[in-house]
Design a protein around this ligand. Structure first.
Ligand code: ADP
Length: 599
């Protein structure tokens, strides 16, 4: 931009300077002309005065004439302050103020003399060899009938004129120089005022390039530059809006990408990993820092997976497969690979989308196992019912005693079937959370007392002692029916898996869980027995459906294998936890931890 300003300044100076120079030359010429003209007129007048005052002597011999005219010439030289020459009509020099007339050649052919012979007055300017300077010569013709006439010539040096013209030139040059400087400064200022807004606009354009969209160009001028500023500002506005929209979209997109559950990996046309979201980092066990930019087949991935990508790149069609990944942990991933085709045939890489379907597959497996288990569990009592009824029908009716025992078995089995179906329905109801809990304050002492009362006849059969240890004033918020279900199940198990004469005890207490609060906020319910206990290896599995440590024993005692599973679900619905501690042969304790209040 500075260059433009300098160029503009230079053009201004050139224009002003050249016009001033032309005017100067013209003026100097005029000055010279008028000066010379004035000098000429002055000399003619002098010549006329001289011609009128002298007596023209032509009759005397030439030597005398020469002396006579030379004397006059020398005398007049003082007052005229110029060289004076007298010539005969044929051009012979009669007298000269500065030289000896007799030594001078004929002057007829001198320009001024010749011109005077034709026009009466003649003049010329030339370099005098005699005086070594520029001289102006003026001659007049004298017309005299008696003497035959002649010429008088005045010659004056032009040095004075030349000096004054030189002075004029010096003045002119100095003036020109001053003008140059002034015009230069003015031009610079004008150029500055013209280029400044352009510079500002350029700066704004540069700032826009550097992504600073807030800067604005001056646009208050009414001219084209103002228009340009306005246009730049509008462009800046729209760019700013567009960039805001783009970055907003970008943010949205990246927040979707990083928060989505599915893993997304993009592999570009050069087969390099171009993008990885957070979920994919978790699923594949690599951070994007490690993998971005590297070739997909250098990424240390499971062979199956790498081959799938290779397949998709080769075939350019969508592939879907379920792959079991063993790193970073065992997982079943649904891998979807889609080729990215940008243009007509342009291959832009592939997009890999990973879904973790481990839980779904596990659930499916559990469901089918459950169905298999249920069928199996149902088969046994039904087979018994069918078998004994068949036996009765086949003729066992005669023996009343046997018939009675068979019918008793059929009754027991159908009772068990009923329990089993009841438990299954219960479990599915609890699992699907179809019946929400209804909380109410429960007075724990009377609640536990009631439960023990109900279970008492069962315990009596095995002469098992039921004990309880519950503070009198303890209340807690719970769904009383569900809490009852929990306690009944645990008590039933305690009685079932304890030999005759044993003990089953219920202990309830409240405590403060937080280290700050002194108010108790949790309730612990512990059901312990002095029974057979549970082997260590079975402990982690006893809450699974249909899991039994000893199948025969459980069956003989009428268990369904669903009790603890229902208990665990109910405890979790109360936002509590259940734990088990057991020592084979010594006894078992189930510890339930529940919040005292529910928001
Ligand atoms: P079941 O109907 O067989 O009792 P549960 O789900 O209630 O089914 O219990 C699962 C298994 O856990 C039982 O079969 C039994 O082997 C074991 N178990 C449960 N409670 C006790 C206990 N108090 N003492 C010893 N073993 C127990």
């Amino acid at each position: 931009m500075n260059q433009f300003r300098l160029r503009l300044t230079f053009i201004f100076i050139l224009l002003i300077g050249s016009s001033v120079l032309v005017a100067g030359i013209f003026m100097a010429n005029m000055f010279q002309q008028s000066h010379i003209e004035a000098l000429k007129e002055y000399m003619v007048r002098e010549l006329k005065i001289i011609s009128a005052t002298i007596d023209w002597e032509a009759s005397r011999p030439i030597e005398e004439q020469r002396e006579y005219y030379s004397n006059i010439a020398k005398k007049l030289r003082e007052s005229a302050d110029a060289r004076l020459t007298f010539l005969r009509s044929d051009g012979e020099v009669l007298g000269d103020s500065d030289a000896r007339a007799s030594l001078m050649d004929n002057h007829m052919l001198r320009e001024e003399v010749y011109e005077a012979s034709v026009n009466g007055i003649g003049y010329s300017i030339r370099f005098s060899e005699t005086l070594q300077r520029n001289m102006m010569y003026v001659a007049v013709r004298l017309d005299d009938q008696q003497t035959g006439g002649g010429y008088i010539r005045l010659a004056t040096s032009l040095s004075q004129v030349e000096t004054s013209i030189r002075n004029v030139w010096i003045g002119l040059l100095l003036g020109l120089l001053a003008l140059f400087v002034i015009s230069g400064l003015i031009s610079y200022r004008i150029a500055l005022s013209m280029t400044k807004p352009i510079e500002r606009i350029t700066l704004v354009a540069q700032q826009i390039t550097n992504r600073n969209y807030k800067s604005r160009a001056p646009a208050h001028q009414k001219d084209e530059i103002g228009q340009l500023g306005l246009a730049i500002n509008r462009m800046s506005d729209s760019l700013q809006k567009q960039m805001e929209r783009i970055s907003e979209n970008e943010n949205r997109l990246s927040s979707i990408m990083s928060n989505m559950v599915s893993g997304v990996v993009m592999i570009d046309g050069d087969e390099r990993i171009a993008l990885m979201n957070r979920a994919s980092e978790e699923l594949l066990g690599f951070s994007s820092k490690e993998l971005l930019g590297s070739k997909y087949n250098d990424a240390n991935q499971q062979l199956e997976f790498t081959q799938m990508i290779e397949d998709c790149i080769e075939r350019r069609e969508r592939i879907r497969e379920e792959i079991v990944f063993y790193f970073p942990q065992e997982r079943i991933l649904e891998v979807n690979i889609t080729p990215l085709v940008t243009g007509a045939e342009d291959f832009g890489g592939v997009l890999v989308v990973l879904h973790d379907i481990t839980a779904i597959r596990k659930l499916e497996k559990m469901r089918s196992e459950f169905v298999a288990n249920v069928s199996h569990e149902l088969k046994t009592p039904i087979a018994a019912i069918k078998g004994f009824s068949e036996t009765i029908l086949a003729g066992a009716l005669q023996d009343q005693e046997t018939t009675r025992s068979f019918v008793q078995i059929i009754y027991d089995e159908s009772e068990r079937l009923n329990r089993l179906i009841g438990d299954i329905l219960d479990l599915s109801k609890i699992e699907s959370k179809r019946s929400p809990l209804s909380f109410s304050p429960v007075h724990m002492l009377s609640f536990v007392d009631n439960c023990l009362h109900v279970m008492n006849s069962e315990a009596m059969k095995k002469s098992i002692e039921l004990e309880m240890q519950v503070p009198d004033s303890l209340y807690m918020e719970a769904d009383e029916d569900r809490l009852g279900q929990i306690l009944f199940n645990l008590l039933a198990n305690g009685i079932n898996y304890t030999q005759e004469g044993g003990k089953v005890r219920v202990k309830v207490f409240s405590y403060a869980s937080g280290n700050d609060g002194l108010e108790p906020d949790r309730v612990s319910i512990q059901v312990s027995d002095t029974g057979i206990g549970i082997p260590r290896k079975d402990l982690p599995r006893i809450f699974e459906r249909f899991y039994r440590v000893d199948k025969a024993r459980s069956r003989s005692s009428g268990g369904t294998g669903l009790g603890l599973s229902i208990v665990k679900h109910l405890v979790e619905l109360h936002r509590g936890t259940i734990q088990v501690e057991s020592e084979p042969g010594m006894g078992t304790t189930f510890i339930i931890d529940l919040p005292m209040l529910h928001a």
